[in-house]
Design a protein around this ligand. Structure first.
Ligand code: SAH
Length: 399
């Protein structure tokens, strides 16, 4: 690496960086000196020559550089990554999420000031996702550090997100440290046992961001008829059943996910097939059919996949959220609860709430907000990086 590659910003483009936002877009850059290669560390300086940050360079991406540090004294080397990884792990310990048999988001990318790196811990197995060219450059250092600091039984790499293409990186997946183990790892999450398929499952295998909301559902389920839409591997469903639900209907359009869900009920000793059922169907169609059958539930959960992949799709996404809530609300018995979520980062909590307001009006129903919901606390976010708070939800009592 040459001594001093430099990224010179356009006038005024340093402000958000100083406030902690780690992204530098190509459009904010005046010029780049000393032609850094993909992943190299460069100094970021303002238009008038002031040192601002040290960042990892990504020449193929519009997101041209990601900030490593705002401290001029801090060099980016193996010790840097060890400090950040230890700090991330210490915070999960501090908030009680390092139980050996449990699971947590150990490293939340920008939230832990490691842009482009996600590490989920499933008991003693780590699943690593590398999404940026600078992080790819440090890949071996990161894997070695994770292994020596956390001593997992194995590390599985799931660097297979579509974002890698934008960075000029190929997808990659496989066991990268420790002994190759079964694809399915058992974890205990707030008293429930789940099998997590780290190889075939969505993302890193399990939606850890909903862990605390699943625990909330357990508290709200005693004696309740529960409808869980977009149920994936049964996270909310199993917690509802353990919480004493009189009935749990799980709806998803993925048969492998439903099979894992049924296996997860069995893992928890829940074998009563009359009370716990699964339906392989499109949620919108299922909601219509249930409504035609005049079915009612005391707790309805709507946790759809991302409807807006970027800011350009927000309007369409809001329309879809309204349509989904409009279809779900009639199934909530008077005085029952609705838990409804959006994981689209581009949709603000205010806009999402508005879509629910409209859907309530469409149905001539009123509601009270019982709780505003977000991602679990191990999904830490940085003050400067509002995009990190992508998951939002509302717990409503629908009159
Ligand atoms: N609530 C889950 C995560 C949901 S992820 C948990 O806590 O683990 C979203 C799920 O929606 C996926 O399992 C996907 O298979 C399913 N899905 C996506 N579109 C769907 C549709 N139109 N109808 C039914 N399921 C759908």
């Amino acid at each position: 690496m040459p001594l001093n590659p430099k990224i010179v910003l356009k006038g005024g483009k340093e402000k958000h960086i100083r406030h902690g936002h780690p992204w530098i877009f190509a459009s904010a850059i005046e010029r780049v000196e000393d032609s850094p290669q993909p992943g190299w560390t460069a100094d970021v300086v303002s238009y008038d020559g002031r040192w601002i940050a040290r960042a990892g360079y990504s020449p193929k991406s519009q997101l041209r550089a990601r900030v490593w540090t705002l401290d001029a004294e801090e060099t980016v080397d193996a010790a840097f990554f060890e400090r950040r990884i230890r700090s991330a792990a210490a915070l999960r310990s501090r908030i009680g999420r390092m139980d050996p048999s449990g699971a947590c988001r150990l490293i939340n990318a920008e939230g832990d000031r490691l842009p482009g790196l996600v590490v989920d811990r499933f008991a003693d197995v780590l699943v690593v996702q590398i999404n940026s060219s600078p992080m790819e450059y440090w890949r071996e250092t990161i894997l070695d550090t994770l292994q020596s600091v956390l001593e997992p039984r194995a590390i599985y790499e799931r660097s297979d997100s579509d974002n890698r293409g934008k960075e000029g990186l190929d997808k990659r997946a496989g066991w990268v440290r420790g002994s190759e183990t079964d694809a399915t790892v058992d974890i205990v999450e707030f008293g429930a046992i789940f099998g997590v398929d780290v190889v075939q499952g969505h993302k890193t295998g399990f939606y850890l961001d909903q862990a605390e909301n699943r625990a909330l559902v357990r508290e709200l389920s005693a004696g309740a008829r529960v409808l869980n839409c977009f149920s994936y591997t049964g996270g909310f469903s199993v917690q509802a059943a353990l919480g004493g639900a009189s009935e749990v209907l799980s709806v998803d359009s993925s048969q492998p996910a439903l099979d894992l869900s049924a296996a997860n009920f069995a893992r928890n000793g829940l074998h009563d097939d009359d009370r716990f059922s699964h339906s392989n169907s499109d949620v919108f169609k299922a909601l219509e059919a249930l409504r035609a059958d005049k079915r009612q539930f005391d707790l309805v959960i709507l946790d759809p996949p991302k409807f807006a992949s970027s800011g350009a799709h927000v309007e369409r996404a809001l329309h879809a959220y309204r349509k989904l809530s409009r279809a779900g609300i009639p199934l909530v018995a008077p005085g029952g609860l609705l838990l409804t979520f959006s994981c689209s980062g581009a949709v603000t909590p205010e806009a999402f709430q508005k879509s629910v307001t409209l859907a309530l009006a469409d149905n001539h129903r009123r509601a009270r907000i019982v709780r505003r919901l977000a991602a679990a606390s191990d999904h830490v976010t940085d003050f400067g990086f509002g995009e990190g708070a992508y998951l939002k939800g509302l717990a409503l009592e629908v009159a």
